[in-house]
Design a protein around this ligand. Structure first.
Ligand SMILES: [Zn+2]
Length: 76
């Protein structure tokens, strides 16, 4: 598999996913992604993207300014 942007090689890595909402910033640590070794573009599996959506929906109701969670703790 190669990068859609630059055709570089993709490496499987754990990344920090940051969601910047109006009222809060959510940081999800340790999200599995394919990362381009050349340009740094990140790709997520469909299942991972769905899990991110669920986590964000769950957390955005909180009124804290910054929320940091571990992906592996939120996805059983
Ligand atoms: Zn690339």
């Amino acid at each position: 598999m190669e990068c859609f942007m630059c055709k570089g090689n993709l490496e499987i890595k754990k990344v920090n996913y940051v969601v910047d909402l109006d009222s809060t910033i959510i940081i999800i640590k340790g999200v599995p992604a394919k990362v381009c070794a050349q340009c740094g573009e990140q790709y997520f599996e469909d299942e991972t993207a769905e899990n991110i959506d669920k986590i964000v929906n769950q957390l955005k109701k909180l009124s804290t300014e910054v929320t940091i969670v571990n992906y592996s703790e939120k996805v059983a």
